[in-house]
Design a protein around this ligand. Structure first.
Ligand SMILES: Nc1ncnc2c1ncn2[C@@H]1O[C@H](COP(=O)(O)OP(=O)(O)OP(=O)(O)O)[C@@H](O)[C@H]1O
Length: 617
């Protein structure tokens, strides 16, 4: 496409009379051929950009144009029209009903990248773009590339007078201002030992060790005994060594006077319906840590990524332990903290089939439904067992803190309800890595979860990448606020086109799938106070049925997932067609129960599976 087709002149929002955006874009058709003039409103900015696109442009090519014009990478962009996200990149913008003169909102998923300035003693300065969850060692690697292969062990990085350890995360530097790190190059040090009486004295000879850390290290540290030359002990002694207050759990925090400091009022506790005896110890400890962090004045930090209010809760040492997502700060909800955020014209949120404010309960539901590999429901004795897909432990919690967004209440601090999830240390996510190295089972476990829950938001950014004890990649699924929808329309799976999805399930996975029972799961959710709307319960039953029948027929995750997800925006998926058929048959029958509907659908699905089988053989 020609870049010249693009016009990007910011115009003042006041002088621009925007046509009213009407909902229900999928019902509208646009006959426009050739150019379409749209207006792009970026959340968080007061300007509106007129932009000319072609009727033959797909959502992907529109995003590319925005990238060329605005510099935002395509995977950072979410386009919203008529209150709904334009989820399918391969669909033409005109097929979404976007016509001349319409307003399209651009929601940016800000990548978690910050600028880090590195200054060397000799006066050189570098600026590196670094992801917040990168470690100091990663930064050293980047420096090494710029500094002609300078060995990592010869680099000493110092921030605000403190030596940084290799395992520390860049995110931990928490600087309001620019992050400026000083690089000290340590030439190869020689270690010599000498017998002194019955002891051995070690000495380190370093030709150069000069820098801002001199105040912790004797100037010209050469020939200094190791106990002195190793400045880390000195540094530790000036660092804050907080002691954990005795655990307070499930009790409302009052104004506290600790060490003479008055701390603000806060609340952090599990919501009433949650059974603490069934909550894994790791999450109970995270909750305790976060409470202690609140007491020590650690402020929840709003994630720089994502479109909703996602807060990282910290323990007294400043380490992330929990992730809190308040219901009233979800995308399109009243207190969404992202500047200029959208409001929903209907009750629906960014994805079809999910209402605004339903995200938190879905986050908790995904954890509850992620039964351990045994297939058993977690109880007080098995509460510490990890789920088959490894959804991080999640509960519904109540919390109040001045750091949360209460602008709708004029700043009055409200006690919010939201999901509280255990924070997971990771080194990347699937958006930043190709899938080639992911073990098949890791991909399959996520495919099983997504298909059961008819997930409408499985993009690569919502799968964290960690390493297990043996060093293999481990995938951790997060962000389940858009699962369990009331229709299949927006179901999409990032993993569908990964090679692992075309490998048949192994025996253990087949056994796990065979034990799944949607009705039982629905009652387990209800026992936790999470009651699905009847339409959502139906979609969940249908999704579980399709997964079970597909797996039993030997279909791969790709084959089953393809039946659940639309290939083209305006063409219904196989499961939607089967549901329509069943609904028609049900309506003309004398049956009234949901079970009867499911029986009708089961027969239709069996016929479909037989057809698929016949095609395969
Ligand atoms: N349990 C967790 N452990 C570690 N990091 C997490 C966890 N949950 C969320 N995050 C981080 O917080 C960021 C924002 O979270 P999340 O994607 O769930 O928010 P969101 O507003 O729902 O996002 P989106 O706009 O993608 O739907 C994620 O990109 C991830 O880096």
């Amino acid at each position: 496409m020609a870049a010249s087709a693009l016009v990007c002149n910011p115009v003042d929002v006041e002088s621009f009379t925007s046509p009213v955006v009407k909902g229900g874009f999928h019902k509208r058709t646009c006959s426009a051929e050739g150019d379409i003039q749209i207006y792009l409103a970026t959340l968080g900015s007061s300007s509106v950009l007129p932009m000319r696109v072609l009727s033959s442009d797909t959502i992907a090519s529109v995003k590319l144009r925005i990238h060329m014009c605005q510099g935002f990478f395509t995977n950072q962009q979410r386009l919203v029209y008529g209150g709904r996200e334009l989820v399918r990149d391969d669909v033409l913008i005109k097929d979404y009903g976007v016509c001349n003169g319409e307003m399209v909102h651009l929601v940016l998923r800000l990548l978690d990248v910050i600028d880090v300035n590195v200054k060397t003693v000799s006066g050189k300065e570098y600026v590196f773009k670094v992801r917040r969850n990168n470690r100091v060692r990663d930064l050293k690697q980047r420096i090494s590339e710029r500094e002609g292969g300078l060995a990592l062990d010869n680099q000493q990085l110092v921030f605000k007078g403190k030596r940084l350890q290799d395992h520390e995360r860049i995110a931990g530097l928490h600087s309001e201002e620019d992050v400026v790190i000083h690089l000290v190059v340590r030439r190869t040090a020689k270690v010599r030992s000498k017998s002194v009486g019955s002891d051995i004295e070690l000495t380190v000879t370093s030709s150069e060790l000069e820098s801002v850390i001199d105040r912790f290290v004797p100037r010209r540290a050469s020939e200094a005994p190791l106990a002195v030359a190793s400045s880390s002990s000195t540094l530790n002694s000036v660092e804050k060594t907080p002691s954990l207050p005795p655990p307070v759990y499930g009790v409302e925090g009052k104004e506290q006077v600790m060490s003479g400091v008055v701390y603000d009022h806060f609340v952090l506790e599990p919501a009433r319906d949650f059974v603490i005896s069934e909550t894994p110890d790791s999450l109970v400890n995270a909750l305790r840590g976060a409470r202690a962090g609140f007491q020590e004045g650690r402020v929840p930090v709003l994630s720089s990524e994502g479109s909703g209010g996602t807060y990282f809760l910290k323990n007294p040492e400043g380490k992330n332990v929990g992730v809190f997502k308040p219901v009233d700060e979800e995308p399109m909800a009243v207190n969404n903290p992202r500047a200029g955020s959208l409001r929903s014209a209907s009750s629906e949120g960014l994805k079809s089939g999910i209402r605004v404010g339903e995200g938190a309960m879905r986050e908790a539901a995904a954890y509850i439904l992620d039964h351990p590999a045994t297939g058993r429901i977690r109880d007080s004795t098995s509460r510490n067992e990890e789920g088959f897909a490894g959804v991080p432990p999640t509960i519904i919690a109540r919390a109040s803190h001045k750091a949360f967004n209460n602008s709708r209440e004029g700043g009055t601090r409200a006690t919010k309800v939201g999901s509280l999830q255990q924070f997971v240390e990771s080194f990347s996510n699937c958006e930043d890595m190709g899938p080639a190295k992911f073990p098949v089972n890791e991909v399959h476990k996520i495919s099983v979860l997504d298909m059961r829950l008819a997930n409408t938001d499985r993009n690569g950014g919502n799968i964290l990448v960690c390493k297990d004890d043996g060093g293999s990649f481990k995938l951790v699924p997060i962000d389940h606020g858009y699962c369990l929808p009331d229709k299949f329309e927006d179901v999409t799976f990032e993993w569908l086109y990964w090679p692992q999805a075309r490998v048949p399930f192994n025996h253990a996975t087949l056994e796990y799938i065979s034990k799944l029972e949607a009705d039982w799961d629905i009652s387990v959710l209800a026992a936790h106070g999470l009651v699905l709307r009847p339409e959502c319960a139906r979609v969940f039953r249908v999704a579980t049925m399709l997964l079970k029948k597909g797996a039993a027929s030997g279909l791969t995750p790709f084959e089953i997932g393809s039946m659940m997800s639309r290939e083209k925006f305006d063409e219904k998926s196989a499961v939607e067609i089967m549901m329509e058929e069943a609904e028609a048959e049900f309506a003309s029958s004398s049956y009234i129960s949901e079970n009867a509907f499911m029986d009708i659908l089961s027969d239709i699905m069996d016929r479909r599976m037989e057809l698929a089988d016949a095609k395969l053989t």
